[in-house]
Design a protein around this ligand. Structure first.
Ligand SMILES: Cc1cc2nc3c(=O)[nH]c(=O)nc-3n(C[C@H](O)[C@H](O)[C@H](O)COP(=O)(O)OP(=O)(O)OC[C@H]3O[C@@H](n4cnc5c(N)ncnc54)[C@H](O)[C@@H]3O)c2cc1C
Length: 277
């Protein structure tokens, strides 16, 4: 069923943003493919919305929510996961099957599709290190199998050589000889340094080369600074919290204020990790 004028604040972890003109959560990949064959609107995919902000004036297109695409299993020795599988579930599944390397994913509150699009990473590992192949779908509903060589992959950046395609599943090789970190230690580390449980998108800015965005923001004394209902976390300076019914505009203005202040003080241009549409 296609929903119209769906509030995206419901689906984005910052709990802010405008309406999606059309919103579709396909039951499976076949239904997704059939729908895309007739769709004429601009398409965006969304997973857990933990790195996405839709501006207050909304998105005049089709948002595809992958929440029902969550098949997870084995293909020979590799783990295959559909785009809507949560990273926590993928990590647990790998661990339960004595496949090591996926531990770091348990700390990232995203889906497989969102993590592939962002090259999500933590504690020195990134998801594309473990990708054997992916399946993509284009705007006409055609499925393709792709390898890592079909993408330019960098720190929190993935650019497809084939243009507009979306991830529907991936095959992973988690073949580390041993666990790279214990899930418990990882969650303890997160809880100690990040405002977990409050509406945020994780790190708003990418770390510049040889530097840390949080350190640059902190040295500008910006912790606790607010625009409208959006505030810089007191706990972690690279987190913006939706403290009091922030609009997407509040968040974007706060982002611009941080960028200007850091550029003036340090001569460094902070680039957002958060995707703003
Ligand atoms: C508390 C907190 C902590 C976080 N910690 C980390 C961290 O340690 N490391 C890290 O890397 N990130 C972190 N993040 C950010 C976020 O969780 C990751 O970027 C995650 O991979 C996003 O996945 P998602 O499913 O929520 O993507 P979404 O937010 O839904 O989408 C993000 C982008 O991916 C695109 N996208 C989504 N699904 C698909 C698809 N199937 N095909 C193509 N494009 C798609 C969207 O259009 C959008 O451009 C954190 C976020 C929070 C809230």
């Amino acid at each position: 069923m296609i929903l119209t004028d769906e509030p995206m604040a419901k689906h984005c972890s910052l709990r802010a943003g405008g309406l999606a003109n059309e919103f579709f959560a396909p039951a499976d990949i076949d239904q997704l493919s059939s729908h895309l064959k007739t769709n004429k609107k601009t398409v965006i995919f969304i997973g857990l919305g933990s790195n996405l902000l839709i501006r207050d004036n909304g998105f005049d297109g089709l948002i595809v929510h992958t929440k029902h695409l969550k098949n997870l299993g084995f293909d020979r020795d590799s783990i295959t996961a559909e785009a809507g599988t949560t990273l926590a579930k993928l990590s647990r599944f790998a661990g339960a099957n004595n496949k090591h390397g996926a531990e770091f994913l348990s700390a990232i509150p995203g889906s497989v599709g969102g993590a592939l699009a962002m090259n999500a990473g933590a504690f020195g590992s990134e998801i594309w290190q473990y990708v054997a192949s992916v399946k993509t779908i284009d705007n006409n509903g055609n499925i393709q199998q792709r390898s890592a060589d079909d993408f330019a992959i960098a720190y929190r950046s993935v650019k497809a050589k084939y243009g507009d395609e979306f991830f529907v599943s991936a095959e992973f090789d988690f073949n580390h000889p041993e666990k790279n970190i214990e899930a418990r230690d990882l969650l303890d580390k997160r809880n100690a340094s990040q405002p977990i449980g409050l509406p945020s998108c994780g790190s708003v800015f990418k770390n510049p080369d040889n530097n840390f965005a949080a350190k640059l923001i902190e040295t500008c004394n910006l912790k606790g600074f607010c625009v409208g209902g959006a505030c810089i976390s007191e706990k972690h300076a690279n987190f913006i919290i939706n403290q009091n019914s922030a609009t997407a505009k509040d968040i974007e203005e706060l982002i611009k204020h941080i960028q200007t202040t850091v550029a003036d003080a340090h001569g460094i241009a902070l680039e957002t990790e958060l995707v703003i549409i």
